[in-house]
Design a protein around this ligand. Structure first.
Ligand code: AOS
Ligand code: ZN
Ligand code: ZN
Ligand code: ZN
Length: 387
């Protein structure tokens, strides 16, 4: 791809940040509260808009209900627009109520399943009120011991709830069905892998697609193979980008395995799916436990940009020839050459094309925004992972 085309493609990327990344978060051992943390969804949106202001490619923010609950979704939507961003995927929470101890939509108690389904249906409404097209579902449902519940009957319950939610969606809404191989359930998870998620999506209909969270696979999984298989089926709804060393660590994407992120981007490049036109939602899903929230999001956005830029530099014509002739070393060499390219100057040029500072992190540090929110935001932090 010619450099001008690479720059134009990179300038059109859309990397959605998650509201919950701006709030306090932590592990089950400790939540380290930080200064300047948003006190409500409005301030989370302002922080997300700040990431967009300094990166130029983060124009929307995903919401989480009820962590981002407001009394007027239309007002939050207007606030986002005033700040130069839009409200993105709506994420229901079916994992923090006490009743969900044995699951939510898969729970053996029909009354609890009804409660969970009512919440999903409420989130379909909220998705429309905030002007979003994505309902993003992740279920913590599963069991901790063999024999605890019927794995098969739980699939039936899950299917029933998804079908009722799907039926309530307008035609222009997409249901993203996220999977995770373990945690918080330890023996089995009701949506553990891409195959289970895809099966449910195929039963539901064309508006249901798989959400790939890069932290939700067993070590060594070839994620790019999953990505291409779903792309080929037209069922890749999007990503929750993050990094893992051991489990669902929700670290800055690209910080643990930048080569793996590059390989995922290269599969997307080959299917022309790195900009929003392809309908694959690029979303971050991270919890910055010990590092400053906004700069960490900026770094994550930059890491996605760098992996994409490298993937766009692969000489596809030469690769086609090398593959056709079985020239293994040349084909691999073409990928490795692109991966070895320092794309920071190219991305600095893209930022200048967008009219923003070529060094987003330095520009943010010099902006005084962090100092301002730390002095203004005293007294309480918004709900979130580590509320
Ligand atoms: C949980 O591990 C998943 O990654 C969720 O998608 C995410 O953490 C959050 O719960 C979405 O609201
Ligand atoms: Zn996720
Ligand atoms: Zn996760
Ligand atoms: Zn997550």
């Amino acid at each position: 791809m010619h450099t001008d085309q690479v720059r134009a493609t990179l300038a059109r990327q859309h990397i959605e940040t998650p509201s919950w990344a701006y709030g306090n978060s932590g592990t089950r051992f400790k939540v380290f509260a930080q200064q300047g943390i948003p006190r409500d969804a409005y301030e989370k949106v302002s922080d997300a808009a700040t990431v967009h202001r300094f990166t130029g490619v983060a124009p929307s923010v995903a919401l989480h209900v009820p962590w981002d609950l407001v009394d007027d979704w239309g007002k939050l939507r207007a606030h986002a627009e005033d700040e130069g961003v839009s409200l993105g995927a709506v994420n229901p929470n079916t994992f923090q109520e006490d009743e969900y101890r044995l699951g939510s939509v898969c729970n053996p108690d029909p009354a609890i399943r009804r409660k969970a389904l009512d919440h999903l249906l409420e989130c379909v409404e909220i998705t429309q009120q905030v002007g979003s097209k994505h309902l993003s579902l992740w279920f913590a449902d599963g069991t901790n011991y063999p024999g605890q519940d019927s794995i098969r009957e739980r699939q039936d319950r899950l299917s029933e709830a998804l079908a009722a939610t799907y039926a309530a969606m307008p035609e222009d809404m997409t249901m993203l069905v996220e999977y995770k191989f373990f945690e918080p359930a330890f023996y089995h998870t009701d949506l553990p892998d891409w195959g289970t998620s895809l099966l449910h999506c195929l039963h539901l209909g064309p508006q249901a697609k798989v959400l790939v969270d890069t932290g939700h696979h067993a070590p060594g999984t070839n994620i790019e193979m999953i990505v291409t298989t779903l792309l080929r089926e037209g069922r890749l709804g999007g990503f929750h980008f993050n990094s893992r060393f051991y489990a669902d660590d929700d670290l800055m994407v690209g910080s643990a395995d930048p080569f793996g992120l590059f390989r995922i981007m290269f599969e997307l490049v080959q299917s022309d799916a790195v900009t929003p036109d392809a309908g694959v939602a690029f979303m971050l899903d991270q919890c910055h436990n010990i590092e400053a929230k906004i700069p960490a999001q900026i770094r994550s956005v930059m890491n996605v940009q760098e992996a994409t830029a490298k993937a766009l530099l692969v000489d596809l014509d030469a690769l086609r020839e090398a593959r056709a002739s079985g020239d293994v070393l040349r084909a691999n060499g073409l990928l490795m050459d692109a991966y070895a390219t320092d794309v920071r100057p190219l991305l600095a040029q893209v930022r200048e094309d967008l009219g923003i500072d070529p060094d987003p992190l330095a520009a943010y540090a010099a902006s005084g925004y962090q100092q301002r929110i730390e002095s203004e935001r005293v007294g309480g932090a918004a709900a979130g992972w580590g509320a």
